[in-house]
Design a protein around this ligand. Structure first.
Ligand SMILES: Cc1cc2nc3c(=O)[nH]c(=O)nc-3n(C[C@H](O)[C@H](O)[C@H](O)COP(=O)(O)OP(=O)(O)OC[C@H]3O[C@@H](n4cnc5c(N)ncnc54)[C@H](O)[C@@H]3O)c2cc1C
Length: 217
């Protein structure tokens, strides 16, 4: 599954471990019991666990995503550190560093499709980025090393890629925080996509761990 976000970004599901049933079987371990399929009492137990903060059974399920996002979104995302591993891909680190690679630069792979500011502001933003790009390309052409030339690029707007592996509780915590009213529009767009993906994988758990998870279709 890969879902596009913003102008050049995406969230791609790489793999996952576990299911709603594995949540239940972690929880029922304490009573020496195991379910073979999810029944109504299991759903009630997941609801009870989520609503009462008994969250350890939700930490045995893991989801790996590959994410491509502007650096300012990535920086907000990387603050979610508990139960999460953020591994920048080798290629994107090079791309981000601009020391060894300028993949995406000449095609202008910056985030500037910002419709929530007026047209004049959009033009100013775009103009500034294209000006930086032009200076960068001139510097490289003059033989300035890319590791120096990159200093003029609009770093926050550059796209980067990384692999995010997190347990189910951590993913739902991210979604909760980044779908809330105060979160920035751009990371909200990513959180919506993450929610859409995890709801397919863990429908019952997500419906109780994320407020509005049941109705967020
Ligand atoms: C709308 C919004 C605005 C923000 N604005 C800013 C800002 O202006 N500046 C800024 O720097 N950051 C800002 N942040 C980032 C925010 O402060 C958090 O760093 C980020 O949201 C990650 O959340 P977290 O700390 O809960 O995640 P994690 O660090 O992944 O922690 C997850 C949970 O684990 C528990 N936990 C973590 N560490 C411990 C511990 N040592 N002991 C016990 N329990 C622990 C807590 O319950 C925590 O909620 C903002 C976040 C949001 C959503």
């Amino acid at each position: 599954v890969e879902i596009g976000v913003l102008d050049h970004g995406y969230v791609r599901l790489l793999e996952h471990i576990g299911s709603d049933l594995s949540v239940i079987n972690c929880a029922r371990m304490s009573h020496g019991r195991e379910s073979e399929e999810l029944g109504p009492s299991d759903v009630r137990l997941i609801k009870f666990l989520a609503e009462n903060g008994h969250t350890s059974p939700f930490r045995h399920q893991f989801i790996s995503f590959r994410v491509k996002a502007p650096l300012f979104v990535a920086r907000q995302w990387w603050r979610h550190s508990v139960g999460s591993a953020h591994l920048e891909s080798g290629n994107s680190w090079n791309e981000l560093s601009r020391r060894y690679s300028d993949v995406g630069i000449e095609s202008g792979e910056f985030y500037y499709d910002i419709e929530r500011v007026d047209l004049e502001a959009q033009e100013l933003i775009r103009g500034s980025m294209l000006c930086s790009l032009s200076v960068y390309l001139s510097l490289v052409e003059k033989g300035v090393p890319k590791e120096i030339a990159r200093l003029v690029l609009p770093a926050y707007a550059l796209y980067t890629e990384w692999v995010w592996t997190a347990n189910l509780q951590a993913v739902c915590h991210f979604v909760e925080q980044r779908l809330a009213d105060g979160a920035q529009h751009e990371i909200k767009e990513y959180a919506k996509v993450v929610l859409e993906i995890v709801k397919q994988l863990f429908p019952v758990s997500v419906s109780y761990l994320v407020k509005g998870g049941q109705s967020a279709d």
